[in-house]
Write a protein that binds this ligand. Structure first.
Ligand code: KG4
Ligand code: ZN
Length: 338
């Protein structure tokens, strides 16, 4: 059983041998946060607390399992929101002690990468490059083998998902910004506005400048000064302008990701596969721009328990030993290399 509560999804799933999904239950807090434009950590933790046990019980019953059928419990212990991680890990620790199951604590980005092994017909081959694009991270990882991660590129400031969320806020589109920008972009002209690509050395990224470029271009388009508050701009934009901004921003964001990924591929001619992971891997334009890459099934792009179970399965295969449920800690900010 995999349990995930690092951000705004309370999730549990039962997975057999790292690939076969017997159940996958996700309760999202999106409805709570849509009107705020982002996640409020304390509200998220309280919501996890309410949903956690019903979600675990539904994952068991959907899989037609009892605790006797469960071999191990896996849980996200890093990185994420402190209060949210605490609810998932305390639940997993308690269940592991109560039902006498081995406990595995997994890194959230590792789980996102392993979503690519779930239910896909073929599995990626090593060495591989993983483009991890989520609300909190933008990284390119080099994986020589299972459970071995080397960060070869990372963002200097905002994550790509965060950038989608902030641009959506400027345009008056609901949280989470990724899906709402994509939807608005369908009716937009992606070549209407030109945004510069950041000048960052090597395989690293930067997205804070892109967010500001959108802000300044919106102000300019509306004939408003740069001092005009960003939260009011949405009241001046018409539907076509919103669609054009969404489409032009999405195209620039995808182009930046693809450009850096291509650089990484050129620098690592030994790679056999490329996988894309994290919430932003649900993006249609990104999927279309990388036809050769592995993507998770869209429902496994966002946070879920199945990917946590898959990551733990491959950890076990790599010889990782279970964690003491009495001692498990959380790490709200920690690199996948630790
Ligand atoms: O992986 P995830 O569910 O949570 C974190 O680990 O951060 O990623 C959430 C992020 C949000 O910023 C959301 O706007 C973005 O993924 N996202 C998308 C799409 N669906 C979700 N971004 C672009 N296009 C999408 N279709
Ligand atoms: Zn995530």
């Amino acid at each position: 059983m995999g349990i995930e509560t690092s951000c705004d999804e309370t999730a549990a799933a039962v997975v057999e041998d790292g690939r076969k999904i017997l159940s996958n239950v996700v309760v999202s807090q999106i409805d709570i946060f849509a009107e705020y434009g982002g996640v409020i950590p304390e509200v998220s933790a309280r919501s996890h607390l309410e949903a956690m046990m019903p979600v675990v019980n539904k994952a068991l019953s959907d899989a037609k399992c009892t605790w006797d059928d469960i071999d191990a419990i896996a849980v996200t212990h890093a990185p994420g929101l402190l209060g949210s991680l605490l609810i998932g890990t305390l639940t997993a620790r308690t269940l592991a002690i109560l039902h006498n199951k081995p406990l595995y604590a997994t890194h959230h980005l590792k789980s996102h990468v392993y979503a690519n092994w779930l239910s896909n017909e073929t599995t990626p081959e090593f060495p591989l490059l993983a483009l991890v694009v989520s609300g909190g991270h933008t990284q390119i990882l080099y994986m020589k083998a299972h459970n071995q991660f080397e960060i070869i590129g990372t963002t200097h400031d905002d994550a790509i998902g965060e950038c989608f969320d902030k641009v959506a806020k400027i345009l008056g589109l609901p949280y989470p910004g990724g899906p709402s920008i994509s939807k608005a972009a369908e009716k937009g002209d992606k070549s209407k506005y030109k945004f510069p690509h950041p000048k960052v050395e090597g395989l690293d990224f930067s997205f804070s400048g892109l967010k500001t470029a959108v802000l300044r271009t919106v102000q300019k388009e509306l004939g408003l000064p740069i001092s005009h508050p960003s939260h009011d701009l949405k009241n001046h934009l018409n539907e076509q302008q919103i669609a054009d901004f969404a489409a032009s921003f999405e195209k620039t964001a995808v182009d930046i990701l693809v450009e850096k990924l291509q650089m990484a591929i050129n620098e690592h001619p030994d790679v056999q596969s490329v996988v894309v992971a994290g919430g932003v891997s649900a993006n249609k334009a990104l999927r279309e721009a990388l036809p050769e890459a592995y993507f998770p099934e869209p429902k496994f792009s966002g946070d879920n328990g199945a990917m946590v179970a898959a990551a733990a399965y491959y950890e076990i295969q790599s010889g990782v030993k279970p964690t003491d449920p009495y001692k498990l800690n959380i790490y709200p900010r920690i690199s996948i290399e630790n």
